[in-house]
Design a protein around this ligand. Structure first.
Ligand code: AMP
Length: 221
């Protein structure tokens, strides 16, 4: 690949595999994964002003107001590590966020190199989300049925025995999150399609197959 940093947006419904694939893109290309949901959950844990504003919204499955999230991402993208390229996971989620991102990047002389949509059926998402958990120490994602740790109770990557489940991974909140995705996020797709940066990947395939499709898209094949 060329030396140009990859500035990527991963789009797709909750449970669509964005977190897993974002880690794999990081391993391959060195771009920095930025998960807006993870940043908000960290803010809730530390009890910052942002966290206090976001807490009840996260629990409901609705979206946090655009201006809050745009400011958060603007600050993150300005950090020096993002010069290596970045993978946005969970942002943008509305058309105003997508437009704001373009303006933020243009102001830094940057643009998105790729937007990848992971396409997954709603029924499969409910099943994926209801069984997922992650390592409390290194964040590696697992699933009770589809991707358990090789040794039960021990993280494959860092050996930790502590795991966590997200509070918003329950049936009611998942339904609200899927509705928010269909109503507010899918309208972004034609916006990126018009810019000629959108690639659609079959997110229903087995995890390694999904990664292979993404790597192919990123290598420009
Ligand atoms: P995620 O981890 O991406 O599934 O995000 C978890 C929750 O954080 C969402 O259900 C929203 O409440 C909130 N959130 C994350 N990213 C955004 C965003 N770009 N815009 C608005 N709300 C967001």
């Amino acid at each position: 690949m060329s030396g140009r940093p990859l500035n990527i947006v991963l789009l797709g419904p909750p449970g669509g595999g964005k977190g897993t694939q974002s880690q794999r893109i990081q391993q391959r290309f060195g771009a920095v994964p930025i998960s807006s949901g993870q940043m908000l959950r960290a803010a809730v844990r530390t009890g910052s002003e942002l966290g206090r504003k976001a807490k009840t919204i996260l629990e409901s499955g609705a979206l946090v107001p655009d201006e809050i999230i745009i400011d958060m991402i603007a600050a993150r993208i300005a950090e020096p590590d993002c010069a290596k390229g970045f993978i946005l996971d969970g942002f943008p989620r509305t058309l105003p966020q997508a437009q704001a991102l373009d303006r933020l990047l243009a102001a830094r002389g940057l643009r998105l190199s790729h937007v990848i949509e992971l396409r997954v059926d709603d029924a499969a998402l409910i099943d994926r989300i209801s069984g997922r958990f992650s390592c409390s120490r290194c964040g590696t994602g697992y699933h009770d049925r589809h991707q358990p740790p090789k040794k039960p109770g021990v993280c494959d990557v860092c050996g930790s025995t502590e795991f966590t489940r997200r509070a918003d991974d329950n049936a009611d909140t998942v339904r609200a999150r899927l509705e928010a995705y269909h109503a507010q996020t899918t309208p972004i797709l034609p916006y990126y399609d018009r810019q000629g940066v959108l690639k659609i990947v079959d997110g229903m395939a087995e995890i390694d197959r999904v990664s292979a499709q993404i790597m192919q898209a990123l290598n420009g094949n």
